[in-house]
Design a protein around this ligand. Structure first.
Ligand code: ATP
Ligand code: LTN
Length: 248
């Protein structure tokens, strides 16, 4: 089995990254040939100063080691060090359509901050570069959080389209997403209808992996819940009780 996944150096990794992705990467490294990359090229879609990006790339790689990735068992690398990612991105971009990229919810959410006219081209073609990351390594399995489900579907579509036009070339990868309630989508503690993120959302609602225990305790105690104080106020119902469900 070939495994590949990536994380952006856009800030301090958080509990969502750990529960939705990193701990599964650590488990997967023992079962196959696994490749994990710090996707610095993807992070160029977020405006951060170059020096901060360099530091975040190192800090993210350090954290992957601390989380349990073992370079003896997996290959850990920085995306921009391998030029073939961009080369394949161009080829795949020539078989992807504007319509399918425009339907990507991550693009729609991120572009919604301004007008589509002013959104960066990199934000638009982001999923094509992600498809290149995966297809380049013949990965069969891609462990990611639930927010990446649609990007994996696009990757499969592009691989199938390429194979049917030009002959069997790419392995069709499967997304490996944690089951619901097991970390697939951890929400921001202050805005429980929005996912915990490195680059967006209320910082007080994000538990970073560098937070001290007292800071974590404080953030959890101040988490937004709801006004229900009935006998079954504490129950897992992500639709009507998103804050409580997120904490559970
Ligand atoms: P950014 O906020 O800059 O977009 P991010 O925090 O969403 O970054 P990524 O680096 O894009 O994180 O993602 C790394 C991995 O963590 C991906 O597999 C992604 O699906 C997963 N992930 C990110 N946020 C969450 C979350 N809130 N819950 C579960 N998994 C998550
Ligand atoms: N798009 C992903 C990060 C990412 C990735 C990948 C994940 C880039 N390339 C390849 C899995 C496989 C994200 O935003 N979380």
């Amino acid at each position: 089995m070939r495994v590949l996944s990536g994380i952006q150096p856009t800030g301090e990794p958080h509990l969502g990254n750990l529960l939705g992705a990193l701990r599964w990467w650590v488990a997967d490294q023992r079962h196959g040939d696994s490749f994990y990359c710090v996707v610095d090229l993807h992070s160029l879609t977020v405006a951060i100063p170059p020096e901060e990006r360099r530091q975040a790339t190192l800090a993210t790689a350090t954290l992957l080691l601390a989380a349990g990735l073992d370079p003896e068992s997996c290959t850990l690398f920085v995306q921009s060090h391998v030029p073939a990612h961009c080369q394949l991105e161009w080829v795949l971009g020539c078989i992807a359509s504007m319509g399918e990229l425009r339907r990507m919810t991550q693009f729609k959410d991120k572009a919604a901050k301004g007008s589509e006219e002013s959104a960066g081209v990199g934000l638009f073609t982001y999923p094509v570069l992600m498809a290149a990351d995966i297809l380049l390594y013949d990965a069969d399995r891609v462990p990611v959080g639930d927010d990446q489900r649609q990007h994996l579907e696009l990757t499969r579509d592009l691989a199938q389209r390429f194979n049917s036009r030009f002959g069997e070339t790419f392995v069709i990868p499967e997304a490996a997403i944690p089951p619901p309630g097991r970390g697939a989508r951890i929400m921001n503690l202050q805005e429980p209808t929005r996912k915990m993120s490195k680059s967006e959302g209320a910082p007080q609602g994000v538990i970073t992996l560098f937070d001290e225990p007292r800071e974590i305790e404080r953030k959890i105690k101040r988490a937004v819940t709801d006004t229900d104080d009935g006998p079954d106020a504490v129950r897992y119902d992500p639709v009507t009780k998103p804050g409580v469900a997120n904490l559970l």
